[in-house]
Design a protein around this ligand. Structure first.
Ligand code: KDG
Length: 335
C-alpha cells in the first residue's frame, strides 16, 4: 500500500487524461452487423486505467471533457464508484460524449466502431489549470489517444508531458495506436514517437512497437526509445507475457494464464499494474509482473474497465500464481 503522506506531498498519486467514451456492448455473441441488443457501458483507455489504479487503492485523478448526456453522466457515476477525482472532468453542452459500439466475441479481439468526431472529449485543450492539475501528482500517465482526437488535445498532451518532465514527475506512456483516428500513417508514427521519447516509461504492444519503429525485433524496438533517452520500455506480448528493457537489463515476465472473455482494456489494466507498482516503490521487475497480472485479470470479464481487480483480488490472484515471476534475461548495456 502507498506510504503515509506528509502535508507537502501531492494529494493524488497519479493523474491521467483522455477521452471518455460511452460503450454499447452487444449482448449476443456474433458479428456486429447482426447485433440488435446492446448493454450500456463506459470506456476510454485512460478511464480504464484510472479506474484500475483506483481499485488498487491509489489516489487517482482523471481530466477530460464529457457531454451533458447519458454517457457523460454514466462516466461520472463510474468514476465516483471507485473514488476517482473528477474535479477537472468538465461537462460541455457544445458536443456529445463519443461512443464506441463493440461486438461480443469469443476467441479473438472484439471489433468496435467509433462515433466520436468532434466529440466532447476532443474539445480537451491546455490551460494553466489543466497543466497544473496534470503535473501536481506523483506520476502522470499519458496515452496516444489525445494525440489523435484533435489538435488542441494533442497540444495539451505535449504541454503536460513537457511540464511534468520539467518538474521531475515520472511519466508513463502507452502509444495506444488507433490508426482509424489518423488521416496519415506517417504523421501517426512521428507524432506518437515525438511524445514517447519525452516519457520515462513507454509501453507499446509488440505490434505497435513494430509499426512505430519499423522493426519487429523487441531489442530493436526497445533500443529505438532507450537510445533517445527513455528510461524503460515494456513490450506487451499478450498471451506470451511481456519484456522489460532498461539501459542495462532485460526482464521477461511469463503470462498469467486466465480464461479470456474480452481483451479490450487489457493494455489499460497492464499500464495500471505497472504504474501501481512504481508508485508503491517496487522495482521494475515487480512492476512488469503486476502489469501482466492486472492485464490478464482485465480480460476475464466483458467490458473495457469492468474486470479491473481490487487490491485484495490482485494479491490473491498473484499469490496463487507465485511461480509466475519475471526472469532477468540480460545484465549489461542494452541501449
Ligand atoms: O483500450 C481500450 C480502449 O481502446 C477502449 O476503451 C476505447 O479508448 C478507447 C479508444 O479510444 O479506443
Amino acid at each position: 500500500m502507498t506510504a503515509p503522506r506528509s502535508a507537502a506531498e501531492p494529494s493524488l498519486d497519479v493523474v491521467t487524461f483522455g477521452e471518455v467514451l460511452g460503450s454499447l456492448l452487444a449482448t449476443q455473441v456474433g458479428p456486429l452487423d447482426d447485433a440488435t441488443h446492446f448493454e450500456r457501458r463506459v470506456a476510454g483507455s485512460e478511464l480504464n486505467t484510472a479506474i484500475a489504479l483506483a481499485r488498487l487503492g491509489h489516489r487517482v485523478g482523471y481530466l477530460g471533457m464529457v457531454g451533458d448526456d447519458l454517457f457523460g453522466k454514466a462516466a461520472r457515476a463510474r468514476f465516483a464508484a471507485d473514488d476517482v477525482d473528477t474535479s477537472m472532468l468538465v461537462t460541455t453542452r457544445e458536443a456529445a460524449t463519443g461512443i464506441q459500439v463493440k461486438e461480443r466475441i469469443v476467441g479473438r479481439d472484439p471489433l468496435y466502431i467509433y462515433y466520436r468526431n468532434g466529440s466532447a472529449g476532443s474539445k480537451l485543450a491546455a490551460s494553466p489549470d489543466v497543466v497544473e492539475y496534470l503535473t501536481a501528482a506523483r506520476h502522470l500517465h499519458a496515452t496516444g489517444i489525445p494525440l489523435a482526437i484533435s489538435p488542441s488535445a494533442r497540444d495539451c498532451a505535449f504541454e503536460a508531458v513537457e511540464t511534468a518532465r520539467s518538474k521531475g514527475i515520472p511519466v508513463s506512456f502507452d502509444p495506444n495506436l488507433r490508426p482509424v483516428l489518423w488521416s496519415d500513417h506517417q504523421e501517426m508514427v512521428d507524432v506518437i514517437n515525438a511524445l514517447a521519447v519525452q516519457c520515462d516509461w513507454v509501453l507499446p504492444g509488440h505490434g505497435e512497437g513494430t509499426v512505430l519503429t519499423g522493426s519487429s525485433e523487441p531489442e530493436e524496438i526497445a533500443r529505438f526509445y532507450l537510445s533517445r533517452g527513455v528510461r524503460g520500455v515494456v513490450i506487451k506480448q499478450g498471451a506470451r507475457g511481456a519484456l522489460l528493457f532498461t539501459a542495462d537489463t532485460v526482464w521477461r515476465c511469463p503470462p498469467f494464464v486466465v480464461d479470456v472473455v474480452d481483451t479490450l482494456g487489457a493494455g489499460d489494466g497492464f499500464a495500471a499494474g505497472f504504474v501501481s507498482a512504481l508508485i508503491d516503490g517496487q522495482p521494475e521487475e515487480r512492476a512488469v509482473e503486476r502489469a501482466c497480472a492486472v492485464g490478464a485479470m482485465a480480460t476475464t470479464s466483458d467490458g473495457d474497465c469492468d474486470g479491473m481487480p481490487a487490491r485484495a483480488e490482485l494479491t490473491e490472484f498473484m499469490a496463487a500464481r507465485r511461480g509466475t515471476v519475471a526472469e532477468r534475461l540480460v545484465e549489461g548495456p542494452v541501449g
